[in-house]
Design a protein around this ligand. Structure first.
Ligand code: PMV
Length: 336
């Protein structure tokens, strides 16, 4: 009897942090130690889409990834569903079927958990018509996978570490439409240390960590101002410095957590040489690295072709991929 069958599909894109979230002050609720700021990618380029359905004839919760039924739901997924049941007014929710897909290869070295949990959170919020949809979806995404909270919105997004620790859109993507993101995949294998374990280890052993925290708010304020006036030089410098500081903190952790590889370091040098090539003080490209060796490069449209030829010269085998990953900043994000 599927007479009460209901289903909702939502999509969300990965986001790339300009100021990294690193450290949880509450593991259970995933409350971050610091504010972070990110850019959500364009839905047309990369997204996860998730269909959630429910009907009284379902006999358990099920999860399909790329149409393959998984033997069980992850603990985080169970946590999300538990919270949905707690919030849902109609107590008739029995079971849920989750079907999740990515429009980009899961093994591409990109964190797909942010877009996956954001699309799941939005879909569940809609399916069960939960109150305060934006903040509820943000809460659900956060308890699924911390940084997923920033993929609830498009454009430039801030995740607050205060009060309810929710996210908000600072500027929509169209505010800075010349901005492009080039993603290079140097290595698509799994991280040597999960971000959860590495954050914990950092909190316990790194003395640089506290010093980093004291720099965050100032950087965020300056970055927001740079985005506001489209000052690429300041935007680029703060973004690159925060990436390096985050990796320095990882290195200061004991035993050290090392996410960058030789290719990452080569790219860092290449970007700085390229930026200084004309002898003037204009920064053309900025890089940032998450918990992995793959660079995300920010660049204005006018310099894309020139920089891509440089990349093709130095990384000839990456030709095709590089083109595929020139992404616009997201201008559209969720169905809420
Ligand atoms: O959401 P998690 O647990 O995968 O942590 C992500 C942390 C970084 O990607 C390194 C930084 C960030 O803010 O996304």
């Amino acid at each position: 009897n599927d007479i009460d069958y209901r289903s909702v599909t939502c999509q969300a894109s990965p986001n790339i942090a300009l100021i990294k979230y690193w450290g949880k002050r509450n593991e259970e609720l995933i409350l971050p130690d610091n504010d972070s700021l990110s850019i959500t990618l364009d839905l047309n380029d990369m997204h996860s889409y998730t269909t959630v359905s429910t009907s009284s004839s379902m006999i358990c919760d099920t999860f399909y990834f790329d149409d393959i039924q998984q033997t069980k739901l992850s603990e985080r997924m169970k946590k999300v569903l538990q919270e949905v049941r707690r919030r849902a007014k109609d107590n008739k929710i029995k079971f849920v079927e989750i079907r999740s897909h990515n429009s980009f290869p899961a093994s591409s070295g990109l964190a797909s958990s942010a877009s996956a949990y954001a699309s799941l959170a939005i879909a569940l919020t809609n399916l069960f018509q939960l109150d305060n949809p934006q903040s509820t979806a943000a809460y659900l995404a956060r308890i699924g996978s911390g940084s997923a909270i920033r993929s609830i919105y498009g454009g430039f997004v801030r995740w607050s570490s205060e009060n309810e620790c929710l996210s908000s859109c600072i500027y929509p993507a169209e505010h800075w439409s010349e901005l492009r993101i080039i993603i290079l995949i140097f290595n698509s294998s799994k991280k040597p240390v999960s971000s959860t374990d590495a954050m914990q280890r950092t909190r316990e052993t790194s003395t640089l960590f506290q010093a980093r925290l004291s720099t965050i708010n100032d950087k965020i304020n300056k970055l927001i101002e740079a985005i506001k006036i489209k000052d690429f030089n300041t935007f680029a410098k703060i973004t690159m410095m925060d990436s390096s500081q985050f990796h320095a903190v990882c290195m200061d952790t004991y035993p050290p957590v090392i996410y960058l590889n030789d290719q990452s370091k080569h790219l860092i040098d290449l970007v700085h040489v390229y930026n200084q090539m004309d002898g003037n003080q204009i920064i053309k490209v900025a890089y940032t690295f998450d918990a992995g060796p793959n660079p995300f490069c920010f660049i204005r449209q006018e310099h894309v072709d020139e920089f891509l030829s440089l990349l093709k010269y130095f990384y000839p085998t990456m030709n095709d991929d590089v083109h595929k990953h020139v992404s616009n900043v997201n201008e559209k994000f969720s169905s809420i």
